[in-house]
Design a protein around this ligand. Structure first.
Ligand code: FES
Length: 144
């Protein structure tokens, strides 16, 4: 109604901007509220952002398991000996996609990394995958 008073719509523009700011000001706290504490703590797996966890039984001896969401690869070079590394290839940053033959494999240019220490064994990558800290409790592996 009062819009007819504005000669060139400048105050309308400002009002629109203010309204937009108010809306996003409301939306952000709502989003934050949704993200906080909604997940139950019993599962843990797949709740992106939290510590990466995987059942020890899901990590084969001589192989590994890639937790894509958490960008972590968990390996078991020897029975009961668990390791974890970043799943981000040191060559150009692709996410590794499989573990086979004792190697962690990057699909982009074929780099292979040892499941024991993350060291590059073939392909263009020259640096090892960074190791992460593993703790095993109650058959569950946590990576931090
Ligand atoms: S990004 Fe992994 S081999 Fe190139």
């Amino acid at each position: 109604m009062t819009d007819t008073d504005t000669p060139h719509g400048t105050s309308l523009d400002r009002r629109t901007m203010l309204r937009g700011a108010a809306v996003s000001g409301v939306a952000l706290p709502l989003l934050a509220a949704c993200g906080g504490g909604g997940e139950t703590s019993s599962g843990g797996q797949g709740s992106g952002g939290g510590p990466a966890t995987v059942a020890a039984a899901d990590v084969p001896v001589g192989g590994g398991k890639i937790l894509t969401d958490q960008e972590v690869v968990v390996t078991q070079p020897k029975k009961g000996d668990y390791k974890a590394f970043t799943a981000i290839c040191t060559h150009q940053g692709c996410t590794v996609t499989k573990v086979e033959g004792g190697q962690i494999v990057c699909p982009c240019h074929g780099s292979h990394f040892s499941i024991e220490d993350g060291a590059p064994t073939s392909g263009p990558a020259r640096q090892a995958l960074a190791a992460k800290t593993v703790s095993v409790k109650g058959g569950q592996i946590s990576v931090s």
